[in-house]
Write a protein that binds this ligand. Structure first.
Ligand code: ADP
Ligand code: MG
Length: 260
């Protein structure tokens, strides 16, 4: 894909004898939503860990926005424009909802401790900016986040905790957002609401690309334009949802013999 903002080529990662990703090729165009599905242990979260520099791949290259980012440190990758949520929530439970998003803004602020002491007016300006920006993000993301912005993150319901993770990831103003099972633990109503939230976030920024790892077929069917299927670390399908759901290899690997 020539206009890809993101591409993985032959990405391979081994953990001892286990090949968790085996020569995986993935392209994402600017503005595209790609779903990555596959059974437990297929390598989906590992793929995100490689993209975000948590693991260096054993082989292959990762390119993003015109640069080869293979082997980069996580912080540099976030600065470059990729941010993510985690399958297991990583919020700061004792901090307020708003402060969790302010933390996500750190890549866009410049004040360090020294400057905060020596240049108080500049650091105050930056703090004011951060609080206002975080508040705007909470308004856009939806759920009860805005109304509960001064509550502790631990007080949020499960669906809002997931939303808050998304809000924090958005604070870095990514060009590519990675969502790892955003609807895990949600009922149908919350899932539908989250689908609407993702649509709205996406509509704000048409060039913004998303890779979503997901189990919920409802989300996969209603959001993305394209689906990649991983099985035992291999890519076994890469096609629109309607094609993938009829693919016998996919049905066997992932869905048993039943249609999704
Ligand atoms: P998925 O997200 O698709 O359920 P994962 O990417 O979490 O799967 O895991 C893929 C495979 O890699 C699994 O067999 C898992 O046990 C293994 N794995 C993941 N991370 C590590 C690690 N740090 N060390 C050893 N094995 C790992
Ligand atoms: Mg996973």
């Amino acid at each position: 894909m020539s206009d890809a903002i993101f591409s993985a080529r032959e990405v391979t990662i081994r953990f001892g004898g286990l090949v968790a990703l085996d020569r995986v090729d993935i392209d994402v165009a600017a503005g595209e939503i790609l779903a990555v599905i596959g059974p437990n242990g297929a390598g989906k979260s590992t793929l995100f860990n490689v993209i975000t520099g948590i693991y260096a791949p054993s082989g292959g290259r990762v390119r993003f926005d015109g640069e080869d980012i293979t082997g980069w440190q996580t912080h540099d990758i976030v600065m470059r424009g990729i941010s993510r949520t985690f399958q297991a929530s990583r919020l700061f439970s004792d901090l307020s909802v708003l402060d969790n998003v302010v933390i996500g803004l750190h890549t866009r602020t410049t004040t360090n401790v020294f400057e905060a002491l020596c240049l108080p007016s500049r650091s105050r300006r930056e703090l004011t900016w951060a609080a206002a920006t975080a508040t705007e993000i909470l308004k856009r993301v939806g759920g009860d986040l805005y109304d509960r912005r001064y509550r502790r993150a631990s007080e949020l319901a499960q669906a809002d905790r997931r939303r808050l993770e998304i809000a924090r990831a958005l604070a870095a103003k990514p060009k590519l957002l990675l969502l790892d099972e955003p609807t895990a633990g949600m009922d149908d109503r919350d899932t539908d609401a989250l689908i609407e939230d993702i649509r709205r976030i996406k509509a704000d920024r048409p060039e913004f690309a998303i890779i979503v790892v997901e189990h919920d077929m409802r989300l996969v069917a209603s959001l993305p334009s394209r689906v990649v299927v991983l099985d035992y670390g291999r890519k076994i399908a890469d096609a629109p949802f309607d094609v993938v759901r009829r693919d016998p290899r996919v049905q066997e690997a992932y869905l048993g013999q039943t249609e999704p």
